[in-house]
Design a protein around this ligand. Structure first.
Ligand code: WT7
Length: 650
């Protein structure tokens, strides 16, 4: 099947001008595998070290004793690497172009010099609020420049940031503040998006009711709208910044000190705090940003993600700024004021590399090519996608309508856990195929395993679960406060390997295709959602007895959230209750977890031992119940007929 896939080789111009061409990729990849220490010792020189490291890699993937250390005795500061070291040559170069939600409002061009001053001010304010090295700070901000200042300010003083996406609920915020025992929450009064403003401060107020009294709240007044104010706890960022000193010496941090925590969903339990390091993470983010996007000095680069996700960490802030790039930050949404907004921004700021998610491409494709065609996209040199498998139709539209057939598309496969790209075509080195992640990045050893036995599947034209055989510098180090969970989640199913949770096919040419999650994680609009989390939100509702949640194919979102709900005895299954449950989940987790379809389920298919047979529920949700597979272990086979009869996705 993959043989038939059309391939798009790099243009001569790309192959000649790119940082990495085919021959160089082969040589570098070989070196990275055969002599990982030598390879990464050299690559680590792309960042400035305060104390040079002597050891490169100290890793053990053995379950029960997993440890991951890179450049462990070196010292550096991420903020100094992203700002200070550029000042000599780039102080007046734009570091961040900020494009507000409302196109009538002026864009900002923040130079490296200004970025330095603003970051130092924020760092000094945080210090005054009692934040020191190793302390945690939760950032709950819209896509405004202060989000970048806050991240870099934490890095500067050695505090560990934990960003909570502004679309998450007060409950989710509170559990992350408490989970990391944060000292300060940085938020904004309102978050403008798509012409509407979310009352972020109100959310933070609600969250803080469930946190320790000592937690302080630093508020960036984005709109100046009405908010409540708790004297002694709330601090006005802009007022404090006026008087704060604009210099602040960066702390020397150990390479293995945590840089940030980022909560992400898994197949079981509540979200876990993924911990990323200082040295290895920065080296990996910087290198992948430069090589995958073929970033050259002077280019304008735009990643449309939100800093609430790892993509925003690595490819809006840390990678680009470590490389002295000009990175664009967009506050709004692709469809406001209309579906041409992305392309208008590309034209306005002469964007050279554009990186977005398949879900956005599909949504814009649905609005029609005319929204693209009115804009001058001649500055574009490269397009990227991330977050979920991209269907060939969307890939082709992106290639033809947006890229005019002249921009290579890098389909970057990676995860919150991996810190940066693990598989992607490199634009000057590899032909691309619509929907394929193609090739491992330097130092990455993908292995395809038999799901049940864990045996390695060699050769091409094969499919299985995807593991990685050895570490890379950007790998997560642990789960915050729970190293055991880290080992169990990633190193216990397939011993000696990092288990990605994804399925994968290696085609006849040896190129890699990600086939989607093999665990109970679903991917909604490129955002990872644990079905267990939605289930526990649903059963927390007093009228719900039991719930099972699965994903189903959704035209725009990739996957939609399909919920089977059993009500308490005497509860009526009404439309009102459906709406109530939908709103309930939105409040418990956030709008991204909003159920798409809720089916009333008088019974759920269970084995005789009481385990829900999710495989069957998935099939029904996919409207593909012809072959339900083995149902002989079902306790009550008739509940399946009832569910099929009343299925919601037809
Ligand atoms: C999961 C990770 C990495 C930043 C965004 C998502 C899926 C990610 C691709 C891709 C196919 C992809 C995987 C992965 N995924 N990129 N290019 N092709 N699938 O980060 O929330 O940690 O989710 O997203 O299933 O495991 P995340």
């Amino acid at each position: 099947m993959s043989n038939a896939a059309k391939t798009y080789p790099p243009s001569t111009e790309m192959a000649e001008g790119a940082h990495v061409n085919a021959a160089k990729y082969d040589a570098m990849y070989k070196a990275s595998i055969e002599d990982a220490d030598g390879f990464w010792r050299e690559q680590a020189q792309r960042v400035d070290w305060m104390t040079p490291f002597t050891t490169v890699k100290d890793v053990d993937f053995t379950f029960g004793q997993v440890k991951i250390n890179w450049f462990a005795d070196g010292e550096l500061n991420v903020s100094a690497n992203c700002i200070d070291r550029h000042l000599e040559t780039r102080s007046d170069q734009t570091a961040i172009i900020w494009e507000p939600d409302n196109p009538e409002e002026a864009a900002q061009h923040i130079t490296y010099k200004e970025l330095h001053a603003q970051t130092c001010k924020m760092a000094n304010i945080l210090r005054d609020l009692g934040v020191g090295k190793g302390d945690r700070v939760v950032i709950y901000l819209p896509m405004i420049p202060e989000a970048a200042y806050a991240m870099l300010a934490c890095a500067r003083i050695g505090a560990i940031h934990s960003i909570v996406f502004a679309g998450f609920s007060p409950d989710a915020l509170a559990s992350r503040v408490n989970g990391s025992e944060a000292k300060v929450v940085i938020t904004a009064d309102y978050a403008p998006r798509g012409g509407k403003a979310t009352p972020l401060k109100t959310n933070a107020d609600q969250a803080l009711l469930h946190c320790k009294d000592s937690v302080k709240c630093l508020v960036v007044k984005r709109t100046g709208g009405q908010t409540t104010w708790t004297e002694g706890r709330d601090f006005d960022y802009k007022a404090l910044a006026k008087d704060a000193a604009d210099i602040c010496a960066p702390e020397a941090m150990n390479a293995e000190d945590p840089l940030f925590i980022l909560y992400t969903s898994g197949s079981t339990g509540q979200p876990k705090g993924v911990v990323h390091s200082t040295g290895g993470y920065l080296v990996y983010a910087a290198m992948t940003h430069e090589v995958t996007f073929d970033y050259h000095d002077g280019d304008v680069y735009w990643c449309t993600a939100d800093v609430g996700w790892v993509t925003g960490h690595s490819y809006i802030v840390y990678g680009p700024l470590a490389n002295g790039a000009t990175t664009l930050m967009f506050e709004g949404v692709p469809t406001y004021p209309d579906a041409s907004r992305f392309w208008q921004i590309c034209e306005k700021h002469k964007v050279n590399q554009f990186y977005t998610a398949p879900t956005a491409i599909r949504a814009l494709m649905g609005k029609g090519a005319e929204f693209v065609e009115g804009c001058d996209l001649s500055s574009l040199k490269l397009l990227g996608t991330v977050g979920e498998p991209i269907n060939p139709e969307a890939w082709n539209w992106y290639n033809d309508v947006v890229g005019k057939g002249t921009c290579p598309i890098v389909d970057t496969w990676w995860q919150t856990e991996t810190g940066g790209h693990l598989m992607t075509p490199l634009p000057g080195a590899h032909a691309t195929k619509p929907g394929a992640a193609m090739k491992p990045f330097f130092g990455i050893k993908p292995v395809v395993l038999e799901p049940a036995s864990g045996d390695i599947i060699e050769g091409n034209g094969v499919e299985g679960v995807l593991c990685i055989a050895d570490s890379w510098p950007g790998q997560m180090r642990t789960v915050w406060g729970d190293h055991e969970r880290f080992e169990k989640t990633y190193f216990s199913d397939y011993k000696g390997y990092y288990f990605t949770g994804d399925g994968c096919r290696r085609d006849e040419d040896g190129d890699y295709w990600i086939t989607g999650r093999v665990d109970d994680v679903i991917n909604v609009s490129g955002h990872r959602m644990g079905t267990a989390e939605v289930e526990s939100a649903l059963v927390a509702h007093p009228k719900v007895a039991e719930a099972a949640v699965v994903g189903y194919p959704h035209d725009i979102k990739g996957q939609g959230i399909y919920c089977y709900v059993s009500l308490m005895a005497d509860e009526e299954p009404t439309e009102e209750l459906r709406t109530e449950l939908r709103n309930w989940v939105r409040t418990e987790i956030g709008p991204i977890a909003s159920p798409d379809l809720i089916q009333w389920a008088p019974g759920l298919p269970k084995t005789r031992s009481g385990k829900i047979m999710r495989r069957i529920l998935r099939k029904i949700a996919e409207n593909d119940f012809g072959a339900l597979g083995d149902t002989s272990t079902l306790a009550e086979p008739e509940v399946v007929d009832e569910l099929i009869e009343n299925r919601m996705n037809r």
